[in-house]
Design a protein around this ligand. Structure first.
Ligand code: FAD
Length: 551
């Protein structure tokens, strides 16, 4: 594969001014594409991916300036924040997607249904294999500028038996869960099903207490309350059990502590079993084995459906790209490192950008910069921080590094964690340990649609401007770096309630919160069509309940 890519004349090249031109043949193909392109004054911009980051770039681009090609295995944009609602039929799957070709039509852009397998940074070519090409033939897409926005994969943490779990990253995953949930309810209703089998079929286990796991549990709870009693009279509601296994001390642990506690007490009232401080050690075909982190004791919980949602890691493409970039340019184990302009470190300057879940911006000299804040916070200059001084330091750090908001959200817990000798103050060694961990967190923005969207907008605007000022180094050097602005975090927690964390202790839940949650996502839709579909789904559910057919 590598040999083919690095031949001077790759076999198939795709590109061209008016249409996608695929040139066949062993020699001269790059040259031919280049010659054709000379008729088109626009730069060739290739975007890998059709998710949040990619679509945000597309929406910013000036059609007069760029000849845009999107390469992605999925020919649609997926609105992931509402994916948990599709797992039990609250929303229809088609209401969450928008064809990428439709989004590209404004630019007169092109879509290639393929998977990028490699990038030749030197010759500016992306190696692509077509999704439906059973012979595995590859072709090459040349670029002047490349945006890598290929997202992430579910993190496995090396746990055995994940083939028995469901994941929730794609539309297929949501469809599989929905089918399995309905299948289990139908099986559990059969007269031949034993009591033990029924209990196992009706036990739902969620591994991971982040927003996705919590929202799935909340949707299940709504389904049980609103539809189960009416449509499955043979199933006693108390036999249905929802369990969440979370390795941290709280669920939604990246939100304000008040939100975690609010959700936990709501789940307790609803008999959703929240198991905290526990790590999953193994997944069997019908049970999950987990270990209590404090006592070391192992326990087992049976399941009919087990959702694995414990964070994200690099896709195979991202792993291979990071490995081939010049030695020393990349050191992060979770994503491609970029500079403050989202340009991939180690690639020819200004040609390759990475955004969204697959990218991270290192924050050099973080500890040095924080030392001044530390001195200012240590009001009595005793080189020791009391809890109040630590709180002041945390506020100052967040003001400068908003990325760390999530890391510093549960301040009491954080303080206790670093106060190793439990004397109510942090000495220099303890502060150092805290700063080192904070620096690590600082390099990683949360893997959220909000980040991908802001980075996409930033890159789209930047390359639009660069197009006009590229020959003016002074003007280029004055362009701003990317600065993330956290706009708040939302999560649906069931029973017509959502939670909203606005930062600085500002939290909201309770009456009307579901409507707030809905209106935020309604306004963020990428098309009028999906807005209309959402409205129809929400009305349909209010009038007739969920569609519980299994197909
Ligand atoms: P994605 O949106 O995942 O897009 C990646 C794209 O790359 C896809 O089109 C994929 O097909 C394509 N691709 C993959 N491999 C290749 C390849 N080799 N070549 C070409 N293309 C490729 N975030 C929030 O802010 N709020 C939420 O409420 C929220 N809820 C979520 C709920 C769920 C169930 C999930 C799964 C995620 C949620 N997120 C949420 C996170 C958010 O979806 C991601 O952070 C966001 O999608 C990242 O955007 P991205 O562009 O980096 O990647």
């Amino acid at each position: 594969k590598g040999d083919v890519l690095h031949q001077k004349r790759p076999r198939r090249v795709i590109g061209g001014p008016k249409n996608l031109v695929m040139t066949h043949g062993c020699s001269g193909s790059v040259l031919k594409a280049e010659e054709i392109h000379q008729n088109d004054p626009r730069q060739r911009l290739v975007i890998l991916g059709s998710g949040w980051g990619a679509v945000s770039v597309i929406n910013q681009l000036d059609p007069k300036k760029f000849h845009v090609t999107v390469v992605s295995p999925t020919n649609y944009f997926l609105f992931t924040p509402l994916l948990p609602s599709a797992t039990v039929g609250t929303l229809e799957l088609r209401s969450l997607i928008e064809p990428i070709r439709r989004l590209l039509s404004r630019l007169g852009g092109y879509y290639v249904e393929g998977r990028a397998d490699d990038v030749d940074f030197e010759n500016q070519l992306v190696e692509v294999s077509g999704i439906h090409d059973s012979e595995g033939r590859k072709f090459y897409v040349p670029y002047d500028k490349l945006v890598i926005a290929v997202g992430s994969e579910s993190m496995t943490h090396g746990v055995e038996g994940l083939e028995h779990c469901n994941f929730l990253k794609s539309i297929t995953d949501a469809r599989d869960i929905r089918k399995r949930v309905m299948e289990n309810f139908e099986k559990a209703s059969l007269p031949t099903t034993t009591d033990e089998e029924r209990r196992q079929l009706l036990s739902f286990v969620v591994c991971g207490g982040g927003p996705t796991g919590v929202e799935f549990a909340a949707e299940l709870y709504d389904f049980l309350n609103e539809d189960l009693v009416g449509y499955f009279p043979a199933i006693p509601p108390e036999e249905v059990q929802v369990n969440i296994i979370q390795s941290a001390g709280h669920i939604l642990n990246t939100y304000d502590l008040k939100i975690s506690e609010m959700t936990e007490s709501k789940f307790k009232r609803e008999n959703i079993n929240v198991i905290t401080n526990s790590r999953v050690v193994k997944v069997n075909p019908t049970s999950v084995v987990y270990k209590d982190k404090e006592t070391g004791k192992e326990a087992e919980v049976p399941f009919g459906v087990c959702l694995w949602s414990t964070g994200v890691g690099m896709t195979p493409l991202v792993k291979s790209l990071v490995a081939k970039l010049p030695h020393g340019s990349q050191s992060n184990k979770h994503a491609i490192e970029t500079d403050g302009y989202m340009r991939v470190i180690g690639t020819p300057e200004g040609t390759v950008y990475a955004i969204g879940d697959c990218a991270t911006i290192p924050q050099p000299h973080f500890v040095d910069r924080v030392m001044t804040l530390l001195q200012e916070s240590d009001t009595n200059n005793d080189n020791v921080l009391s809890y109040d001084e630590f709180r002041t330091l945390a506020d100052r750090i967040i003001a400068k590094h908003s990325v760390l908001k999530v890391f510093l959200s549960h301040l009491d817990e954080t303080f206790n964690k670093y106060d190793k000798d439990h004397n109510g103050t942090l000495d220099l060694d303890e502060i150092r340990a805290f700063l080192i961990d904070a620096e690590k967190q600082c390099t990683a923005l949360p893997a959220t649609a909000q980040v991908a969207n802001q980075q996409g907008i930033f890159v789209g605007k930047r390359i639009n401007i660069l197009h006009s000022i590229e020959n003016d180094p002074m003007a280029v050097s004055q362009l701003p770096q990317f600065a993330y602005k956290h706009l708040g975090s939302l999560a649906y927690i069931g029973g017509n309630e959502a939670v909203l964390d606005m930062g600085k202790g500002l939290v909201y839940g309770g009456i009307g919160s579901e409507y707030l949650w809905r209106s935020v996502y309604f306004s963020e839709q990428v098309s009028v069509r999906t807005r209309l579909l959402l409205l129809m789904d929400w009305s349909k559910r209010a009038l007739f309940g969920r569609d519980i057919s299994k197909f």
